[in-house]
Design a protein around this ligand. Sequence first.
Ligand code: P1T
Length: 379
Amino acid sequence: MKFATKAIHAGVEPDPSTGAIMTPIFQTSTFVQASPGQHKGFEYARSLNPTRQTLEKALAALENAKYAFAFGSGMAAIDTVIKLLKPGSEVICGDDIYGGSYRLFVRVYEDFGIKFHFTDMQEAQNVEKLVNENTKMIWVETPSNPLLRVIDIEAMVAIAKKHNLISVVDNTFATPYLQNPLELGADIVTHSVTKYLGGHSDVVMGALMLNDDKLAERLYFLQKSCGAVPAPFDCFLVLRGIKTLHLRMNASCENALQVADFLVNHPKIQDVYFPALPQHKGHDIAKKQMRKFGSMISFTLKDDTQAAAYRVLEKVKVFALAESLGGVESLCCYPAAMTHASIPAEVRKATGIKDSLIRLSVGCEDAEDLIADLTQALQ
Ligand code: P1T
């Protein structure tokens, strides 16, 4: 099946009891058994709920994965992956990642004896150099948040396979429509479903997709044991959202090309971080491993100050100043004080997050209106 057909149909069967074409919201905590252990595949809604099961099948299909597990947030999905490790384990991780992932790794899991090494994964040798006998996992976020760095997934997978490490790719920015890390050899894909998969800024959810039976068994065990599962209503909303993933992505990626072109030619803009630009360091790798370049763009101002960035962010009218991304509505944010505030300033600076860095999530409005909005805000 091709992508659009899968997005609309995969996993969803008419409800057997009524014929309802949309999977019902099974708002129930438990399921009646005929005799202890004799049931219809569902016992207690933390372990499995029919609405969630349908969504998990649909999510698996989108990544061409054997398994998918849905969680109450993207962070809950990431948290579950880290629980595959034990005290003493070490993880090699990109240095440009979502601030919440950094916070979970450094401020939660370092207390449990797991060590994280952050490095610029654009150079594979930086990763290879950090591997030691305790290394158990490679954590890749590509394109990265907020600098839109593109990491060569196949190169990271090669290092992981050579040293018997679990390779994980956070595919939130690309979505399964643009990039399929499992097909490039990655072991686990993680998503903040809150973003493009949900697509309408009305749900917080996460997901893991994978093919490996052993890892899947452990992740399912962790999902039901730790219990960070999404509500049936949220599963329903995401089932609805993913039906238009390809349509929304096509529209927002096209808009992003136009917005980036406008920014590159604007006299007040210093740098534009967007993988579609030929001068972007990861452009060729993006062309190799992605189908389009996504709709996240970051940029800096010639007046590289927080005050100048705030002046722009306070003036936008169509773009909303808010955390998150991937909805039909365009958003803008100031990562240093918002999505990445939990990363110490010196660490942010070393990674290359400048004082005027602004991040855009380009949505599905008319590109002309988005550009007009940025024009007046930059003025
Ligand atoms: O917000 P949540 O659904 O828990 O997902 C966390 C997460 C994981 N991975 C990436 C790449 C992310 O960008 C996020 C969440 N990011 C934002 C809220 C943001 O505005 O960047």
